[in-house]
Design a protein around this ligand. Structure first.
Ligand code: FES
Ligand SMILES: [Fe+2]
Length: 388
């Protein structure tokens, strides 16, 4: 673990980092089309946005598409095993290239006039274009999208490059952006994990409500009776309490996990140290990732705002790549999946109820409790990012 991560690992009780006077956001942030568009251009089109995990495209030619802000992006593993990102736009007359959300191809071929691109983006086939004086295929590769990996997770960034001479504008390189988390999750082996299940949720609530809800357990006793039996709702301690990365841990029993049975349901993810066997870590990673690390599995939510009042959520459950092959019946992923599917739906339900009330003329920003210091910090980071 490097110095940055060590310095960050001082855990404080949630209420101890509360900034007095913090209130929820005004109504417009949850209902306004104008603010929604601003979020798309200022946050989703400028920051590093989670689109998937490298295990989703394990072999050359595997691809998936993602809609980031107003752009459709192709993420593909090329013949040399590099992962690349391209705008899903043909260089001939602009046609959408890949229409499916995932698949396997030898090359990317346009459905219109069959221009064909290699997996590294080079135009390799353009029927009859040799009749066009001066046409050179080398000038018409697919437009690349900046893409980088953090702990095996694939992020893209649509911002223009930073001006090298002034160090201003554009995006921050991924390693720099993630520097505060460097080495922090090394023991969980995130790059090699595999998703055993993905569930897609459609939630009739603003995307920020999903983050705010994830960031506190003040609601746990009433909303999550089963979760509250496994993890004391007031056991949260956070090591990241300001900025784009927020969160910490909650306690569970040693050898236990968050599952229907309450027991661990797969091989430990790695060589977890000390108390990490009896902790579940929850981190929000601005602007669209929720990372929940259990001793035996990792749950990741991708948060995709669709409209001010509608959010699409992709939830994956990742396990050790060898967990399924263990012969002692210890692998029971459904134990975890069922538990969190139930808990997720409880969360989405209260987020939808919040959305309904916030849309009312009676809504005014309300006071956060001291146990909601992390949602208050998330709101501050959100407002800072919207100002930039
Ligand atoms: S638009 Fe793609 S080949 Fe013509
Ligand atoms: Fe919850």
């Amino acid at each position: 673990m490097n110095k940055t991560a060590q310095a960050a690992s001082v855990f404080r009780k949630t209420a101890d980092t509360f900034a007095a006077g913090a209130k929820t956001l005004p109504q417009q942030y949850f209902v306004s089309e104008k603010i929604f568009k601003e979020e798309q251009t200022k946050l989703f089109a400028r920051q590093w946005v989670l689109v998937g995990h490298q295990s989703q495209i394990a072999n050359a030619g595997n691809y998936f598409t993602a809609q980031v802000a107003s752009e459709s992006v192709i993420v593909v593993r090329d013949q040399r095993s590099s992962i690349r990102g391209f705008y899903n736009v043909c260089r001939h007359r602009g046609t959408r290239l890949c229409q499916d959300s995932s698949g396997q191809v030898r090359a990317i071929q346009c459905p219109y006039h069959s221009w064909t691109y290699a997996l590294d983006g080079r135009l390799i086939g353009a029927p009859h274009m040799d009749e066009v004086p001066g046409f050179d295929k080398a000038n018409y590769s697919l437009r690349p999208v900046k893409l980088a990996l953090w702990e095996g997770f694939i992020f893209v960034n649509l911002a223009p490059a930073r001006n090298a001479s002034t160090e201003r504008g554009g995006y921050m390189p991924l390693e720099e952006w993630f520097a505060p988390l460097a080495g922090k999750f090394a023991h969980w082996n995130l790059p090699v994990l595999r998703s055993a299940k993905r569930i897609e949720y459609d939630v009739r609530a603003n995307w920020k409500l999903i983050f705010e809800n994830y960031s506190e357990c003040y609601h746990c006793p009433g909303v999550h009776p089963a979760l509250s039996k496994l993890t004391p709702y007031d056991s949260a301690e956070n090591d990241l309490s300001e900025g784009p990365f927020l969160g910490g841990f909650m306690r569970i029993g040693k050898g236990k996990s968050l599952s229907m049975s309450g027991n661990a349901c797969a091989l430990p993810l790695g060589n977890l140290q000390g108390e990490n066997h009896s902790r579940v870590f929850y981190y929000s990673i601005f602007p669209n990732m929720l990372l929940s690390l259990h001793p035996d599995y990792v749950m990741v939510h991708q948060i995709w705002p669709m409209s001010p009042e509608w959010t699409c959520i992709l939830c994956d459950w990742f396990f050790h790549p060898e967990a399924a092959g263990v012969s002692d019946n210890s692998y029971n992923p459904d134990d975890a999946i069922e538990f969190w599917d139930m808990t997720n739906r409880q969360d989405w339900h209260v987020c939808e109820l919040s959305q309904q009330g916030i849309a009312s003329s009676a809504y005014k920003p309300g006071p956060y409790s001291a146990r909601e210091s992390i949602p208050a910090a998330w709101d501050r980071e959100y407002l800072r990012s919207m100002k930039d």
